[in-house]
Ligand binder design. Structure first.
Ligand code: XMP
Length: 326
């Protein structure tokens, strides 16, 4: 009989047979797939697995700490956390073209990862959280963004340059199965059922040139939006608006507009809120969020995040708009 506990046992056995006493490296992004892969491989081979988590300064609020808490502190996974914020910011300086930013972030990511991986001289395997839909997508030879998604997420080219064999224990699983597996391995619900987050992170949610100041403002606004989506329960379904949306986030607009505060005038930045409902991310509808929720989010962002004095809501569907703004 197929059950998740049986599946875990089988998968663990398979990994043990495959790698024997070898050491394995895994690039942890904080996303569902790489986290579940890490938890599974750790269950199989413990400290023979070393994860590398690169903080490029474009992560969500407290994301790095959460990854360390859940995977390292609670599950005991060995993780090298690399602070590469300055390096990424330096290379992104003066660059405003979206595809150019993606390329730079992807390239620097590979470079930082490669440097760390190079220090693990005994590693024989590179583990990746590739899931079944990724396998299909790559086989379908997509163009444009899809390629950059894969090449970034799966750190393309690394196995060759590092002379490593690929270990992809989630290759046969669909997303829902990966989530169930994550729960069975002891990962928390909020991590396993998190909205997708692009590899280039906030780099494509800060329009134009990326600056650390912008990233800091955006992180705080975004965290407020997500917190309120989780707090607001739809009475009809009993679900939170976080669970009723497929993806939701704040976007930083580097334009200033006038506002008032007390007796004074403000001249500060704008944030756009984006929330969509979709089954495949190829088309998407903007989410009809309740006004009281939008009102609460807007009020909190403007009051709590000094430097932002205006919040707008994106009412564009895909197509013709995309989900991300870049
Ligand atoms: P768009 O904006 O094309 O997004 O409607 C569709 C889905 O893809 C995600 N996305 C990315 N994911 N690297 C990624 O890993 C990227 O460069 C990238 N661009 C878009 C987006 O978040 C949405 O889920």
């Amino acid at each position: 009989d197929w059950t998740m506990p049986n599946y875990v046992e089988e998968a663990v056995e398979r990994i043990r047979e495959q790698v024997g006493n070898d050491e394995v490296i895994l690039g942890l992004s904080g996303g569902v797939d790489s986290s579940v892969a890490a938890a599974l491989i750790h269950r199989a081979i413990g400290d023979q697995l070393t994860c590398v988590f690169v903080d490029h300064g474009l992560l969500r609020l407290n994301e790095g700490d959460q990854v360390m808490e859940v995977l390292h502190k609670n599950l005991g996974v060995k993780i090298i956390r690399v602070n590469a914020i300055d390096q990424f910011m330096k290379h992104l300086e003066g660059v405003s073209d979206p595809e150019q930013k993606r390329k730079i972030i992807g390239r620097e990511f590979v470079e930082v990862f490669q440097e760390e991986a190079g220090k693990l001289v005994n590693a024989k395997w590179l583990a990746q959280g590739t899931i079944y839909p990724d396998v299909i997508e790559s086989a379908g030879a997509k163009t444009g963004k899809a390629v950059s998604i894969k090449s970034h997420h799966n750190v393309g080219g690394l196995p060759e340059t590092l002379n490593l064999q690929l270990l992809e224990p989630l290759r046969e699983l669909f997303k829902d199965e990966v989530r169930e597996l994550g729960i069975a391995l002891g990962l928390p619900h909020h991590m396993v059922y998190r909205h997708p987050f692009p590899g280039p992170g906030l780099g494509v949610r800060i329009l134009g040139e990326v600056k650390q100041e912008y990233a800091d403002l955006l992180r705080r606004a975004d965290a407020i939006f997500i917190e309120e989506l989780r707090n607001h329960i739809d009475p009809e379904t009993g679900k939170s608006w976080y669970d009723l949306t497929s993806q939701a986030f704040a976007v930083f607009l580097p334009v200033k507009s006038v506002g008032v505060m007390g007796d004074g005038r403000t001249y500060d930045y704008v944030v756009a809120l984006r929330a969509v409902q979709t089954s495949d991310f190829m088309t998407a509808d903007w989410a009809h969020l309740p006004y009281p929720l939008l009102s609460k989010v807007s009020g909190r962002i403007i009051n709590e995040v000094r430097g932002i004095n205006r919040v707008t809501y994106d009412v564009s569907s895909k197509p013709p708009a995309t989900i991300e703004w870049e």
